[in-house]
Design a protein around this ligand. Structure first.
Ligand code: NDP
Length: 288
């Protein structure tokens, strides 16, 4: 059996078209959503992500600003910039590209972003709201993965979903969103014993480890849905996921290639969160 290879272009294209249309509808009311991305330092991978985010905004009709700050920027200066952007009416979303240089306290920076502009959903208040089922932004990578499953009409409720990884950015919020969709959820991590035994029970296996090609066919139940959030740069310069695609494609029911699905879907959810933030900020005119 060979898995159905999930087509990122088709899904991402579909959702971005919906967003574009909503942005156009807002434009007719004189509203343009705006996103600002702040990049501190010259990390090459981060620079690529930031460029992609800005380009995607432009294509969707969303205003974007990129602030490229030198690596030696002080925490105080970064906090001052965020305070200014928190008050800027044309900005609906503020994203600080992580990781930050070591002399800057990431938690302090995330805490300083206005809760209603925290389109990454990293602020503790948004994370808390997500936990208790209150309205909040949805974290981009996990929300994108749920969107992929729904787009393909793959059932989540009642299924056993196993998430490998428990980071605050991917693994933990992923588990929370799957739970909200009524999956039975297991979270695995580096201290999990007998990983294969657990992952083999998964109907839906979500992988966010950060180790190239770690998940092999022995980890996967035949027919399972395998979603790979991993992005790893190989020595050859090529990108690879955390799943050994060539091996697992032969046993899974559905599989995402890397790159091409979860990465662009993550950016798509960032666009959607910025759009939602703009709608909220202008709710009086949107409903007029
Ligand atoms: P982190 O390094 O923060 O977390 C990795 C997780 O994997 C940890 O919880 C760790 O466990 C677990 N882990 C590490 N080794 C093993 C192992 N041998 N067995 C089981 N679990 C293990 O990474 P992120 O969550 O930030 O990112 C994960 C991947 O997703 C990366 O490849 C990253 O590049 C990618 N990513 C992709 C995004 C996208 O837009 N597509 C966005 C963000 C990330 P423990 O907690 O015990 O250390």
């Amino acid at each position: 059996m060979t898995a159905h290879i999930i087509n990122g272009k088709e899904i991402v294209g579909h959702v971005r078209e919906q967003i574009k249309q909503e942005v156009q509808a807002l434009a007719a009311k004189g509203i343009q959503p705006g996103l600002v991305v702040i990049l501190v330092g010259d990390d090459a991978a981060s620079a690529v992500y930031v460029r992609n985010k800005a380009k995607s905004c432009e294509e969707a009709g969303i205003y974007s600003e990129v602030h490229r700050l030198p690596a030696e920027t002080s925490q105080a200066d970064l906090l001052a910039l965020i305070a200014q952007l928190n008050a800027d009416k044309k900005i609906n979303g503020i994203l600080v590209q992580l990781p930050l240089p070591k002399h800057i306290d990431e938690d302090r920076i995330i805490d300083s972003i206005a809760v209603d502009k925290d389109v990454d959903c990293f602020h503790p208040i948004n994370v808390g709201n997500l936990m208790i089922g209150k309205e909040s932004f949805l974290p981009c990578t996990p929300a994108g993965i749920i969107e992929i499953l729904k787009h393909l009409n793959l059932p989540i409720a009642g299924k056993h979903a196993v998430v490998i990884g428990r980071s605050n950015i991917v693994g933990k919020p992923m588990a929370m969103l799957l739970l909200r969709e009524n999956a039975t959820v297991t979270i695995c991590h580096s201290k999990t014993t007998n990983l294969e035994e657990i992952t083999k029970q998964a109907d839906i296996l979500i992988v966010a480890i950060g180790r190239a090609k770690m998940v092999k066919r022995g980890h996967v139940k035949p027919g399972a849905v395998v979603i790979d959030a991993g992005i790893n740069r190989l020595d050859t310069g090529k990108l690879a996921g955390d799943v050994d695609f060539d091996d697992v494609v032969e046993v899974a029911g559905y599989i995402t290639p890397v790159p091409g699905v979860v990465g662009p879907m993550t950016i798509t959810m960032l666009l959607r969160n910025t759009l939602e933030a703009a709608k909220k900020a202008n709710s009086a005119s949107v409903h007029a």
